[in-house]
Design a protein around this ligand. Structure first.
Ligand SMILES: Nc1nc2c(c(=O)[nH]1)N[C@H]1C(S)=C(S)[C@@H](COP(=O)(O)O)O[C@H]1N2
Ligand SMILES: [Mo]
Length: 504
């Protein structure tokens, strides 16, 4: 098995490495073509693995300092790692080429790539396509090059074989990467193509009337988001959302119960539904951040599903989700819990937890578990996903008034506005100071929406002083308590302090 067979034409040098990297790229594109942005996309699986296993300090640093950039960084890192892993498979293929024919080497690369992908994602189809794509590049690179298939190498040396080999790898991977990208970028919102015919419990005249009410009650302040958010923020432990099929989904009630129960999607959506305005806010957001929003949700009371199981009532509950997320909190908080499967007149979008999520009134966003699959009744406290990483995000939200809009009305007046939220305590008052907190004025508030856990908008118009000035905002909750002035970073208890902005 040596040179005379003409099979071992290349050293495992730099060009093999380049070819392998392009094969890796093609493999990742192949995985993306089939899986799209779902957890079985190789880079999605690795990004999730990184997010779950990196130390809490690094994740918290990423949340606090990098914000959304941290997510993107994680995705880029995961993409790079996926390419590298597949490239290693291709290199192993080149290595066995020492002993076998180049076609066998191509197949070895294919199988290795597929095996690596399958080991990581557990999904057969995208893994196989990834392997085929990587294998094609390896094969083409070696086939096109003079010296392949038993011909002699030394006579055809007008162009270096290594260079031709690299060019062949690039040329063959480009269409694969491009095609894979296009195929994978198709829209995959499962909730749009629900495989069940359950009617539209989240739509109808009641919903229309409530949405109209929210739009009428929204303040007309240019640039201010209405009472129903135009764009609802999204926070996930993974960079790819689960892509669940409602027909296969079920919700189990387990743990310390008299009898464990399991409900199907049809069981749940065929019940009498309610529509509720509920706001959510992430404990990890900046004081004046954008991770606080409101929607009209459709669903049922969670206790209607839990009570029949006969839960032990002395401790707490763990909500578990299909993305590996879990959060624990005291049972009383579940009592007013809502299971939402509709949002703003449509089915719950994939990014917000399709087919169903929990809404726990007044608490930080994190226990509003999306893609909910299990409600486990516990007899003893344990840490949830974020608490394991040092956060204290299972309790009630802090009171906040945000300042997101500063309009120059053109006649010497300024208009400032934002949203205020205090969970189930409600918002009674928002005050604005235009002199750094020296004196305070009452802001206008939007009429309250029905519901026990909804934000309000505020706005305030004043004649602008000629000089630079500090605008400060603070809210008072429904119990009469003033928003805490003490400044605190989001970690670990959520942001606190008064929002201040300099206006000139
Ligand atoms: N399954 C699951 N549920 C989850 C999360 C998650 O990562 N996975 N993130 C939580 C966090 S931290 C917040 S703030 C809210 C955000 O909900 P949204 O993405 O619908 O805005 O969802 C919570 N529910
Ligand atoms: Mo959050």
């Amino acid at each position: 098995m040596t040179q005379d067979a003409g099979q071992r034409r290349f050293s495992l040098g730099i060009e093999s490495l380049v070819v392998a990297l392009f094969a890796g790229l093609a493999g990742v594109a192949g995985s993306f073509a089939i899986a799209s942005f779902t957890p079985v996309f190789i880079a999605g699986a690795i990004a999730g693995f990184l997010a779950r296993t990196l130390p809490g300090e690094i994740i918290t640093f990423s949340i606090l300092v990098l914000g959304d950039l941290g997510d993107q960084l994680n995705t880029v890192m995961a993409l790079g790692l996926s390419v590298l892993l597949f490239a290693i498979a291709a290199l192993l293929g080149f290595w066995v080429e020492k002993y076998v024919e180049y076609r066998v080497a191509g197949v070895v690369s294919l199988l290795l790539t597929a095996a690596i992908a399958f080991g990581i994602t557990g999904a057969f189809q995208p893994s196989l396509v990834a392997g085929v794509a990587a294998g094609i590049v390896v094969l083409v690179a070696d086939l096109i090059t003079p010296g392949a298939v038993g011909t002699t190498t030394d006579s055809s040396a007008t162009q270096s074989p290594g260079r031709r080999r690299v060019l062949a790898a690039i040329a063959s991977s480009i269409p694969l990467v491009f095609g894979g990208y296009l195929l994978g970028s198709r829209v995959t919102d499962q909730s749009e193509s629900a495989s069940l015919d359950v009617g539209e419990p989240w739509a109808g005249p009641d919903v229309d009337a409530l949405l109209a009410e929210a739009s009428e009650k929204s303040l007309t302040v240019s640039g201010l988001e209405p009472l129903i958010s135009d764009e609802f923020y999204q926070v996930d432990i993974n960079s790819t959302d689960p892509d669940l099929d409602a027909a296969e989904w079920s919700l189990k009630v387990t743990g310390d119960v008299e009898r464990e129960l399991s409900y199907t999607y049809e069981d749940i959506v065929s019940r009498e539904v309610e529509h509720q305005f509920v706001s959510l806010r992430c404990v990890g957001e900046a004081l004046n951040g954008k991770k606080m929003d409101t929607a009209l949700w459709t669903g049922i009371s969670i206790m209607d599903l839990v009570e029949p199981a006969g839960p032990a009532e002395n401790c707490c509950v763990m909500l578990r989700a299909s993305d590996g997320f879990y959060e624990e909190f005291p049972l009383p908080a579940l009592e007013n819990g809502f299971l939402a499967f509709g949002m703003n007149g449509g089915p719950l979008p994939r990014g917000h937890g399709y087919p169903a999520r929990a809404l726990i009134p007044g608490h930080w966003g994190e226990i509003n578990v999306k893609w909910l699959t299990e409600i486990e009744i516990l007899e003893q406290e344990v840490d949830g996903y974020w608490e394991k990483r040092g956060w204290h995000g299972t309790g009630p939200v802090n009171t906040v008034a945000k300042l997101h809009v500063i309009n120059d009305l053109g006649d010497g007046r300024r208009e400032v506005g934002g949203h205020a939220y205090a969970g189930t305590r409600g918002i009674d008052r928002v005050e604005v100071s235009i002199n750094g907190g020296g004196s305070w004025n009452d802001a206008d508030l939007s009429e309250p929406l029905p519901g026990t856990d909804v934000w309000r908008q505020w706005s305030y118009t004043y004649t602008a002083p000629p000089e630079e000035h500090e605008v400060v905002v603070r809210a008072t909750d429904g119990t009469g308590e003033l928003q805490s002035r003490e400044e605190a970073s989001p970690f670990p208890n959520g942001p606190s302090g008064w929002v201040t902005r300099t206006v000139r």
